[in-house]
Design a protein around this ligand. Sequence first.
Ligand code: GAR
Length: 216
Amino acid sequence: MSTPSVEPTPSGAAAPARVVVLVSGSGTNLQALLDASADPAYGARIVAVGADRDEIEGLARADRHNVPTFVARLKDFSSRDAWDHALADRVAAFEPDLVVLAGFMKLVGPEFLERFEGKVVNTHPALCPSFPGVNGPGDALAYGVKVTGATLFVVDAGVDTGPIVAQTVVPVEDDDDASALHERIKVAERRMLVDNVGRMAREGFRITDRKVRFGL
Ligand code: GAR
């Protein structure tokens, strides 16, 4: 199956790709994208930052860059579907070319995925398909793997199962705990995220039989 995906920013065009980033916490991956997108040659601009909770550092980072923010809290809605619908509406208002989940600790629902089909990417702190879910570094450590890392993938209906855009490998050290390992993963993860979101914006990408390729 071939899924047409994000169109590249035409070379020399005035308008960079419009990116909405969703966060749930400290937002260091968001910060890396904000810093990269300060250079017009990067090809992508963060037009909004959304969150599923208030008063997080990720939202403060957006504020400091004068990027509009919004919050959609699951507990404010009568059902998960209603939350998903509202979140999709908030994101759609910013007309994104790409939606980046950067430490967004909720699963987006069917309506969200349908409305932004093939345009939603997520970064996960493990080498997919290993160690999906909310505790990637801790699960990798408990299993005893010698290398782990981070994965950027196009979101589908599963948990960390979508077509893989990029992966980066990080060795596990003998004295690692989950927190130290996660922090080292995040250093590599931020580089991977910035490099690949930029390429997606500048070159576009296509998905054929789960294989993600840059260019059209
Ligand atoms: C990142 O490591 C990201 O991969 C992870 O949360 C961290 C957010 O860090 N996401 C998940 O575990 C999702 N399953 P940040 O808030 O400093 O960017």
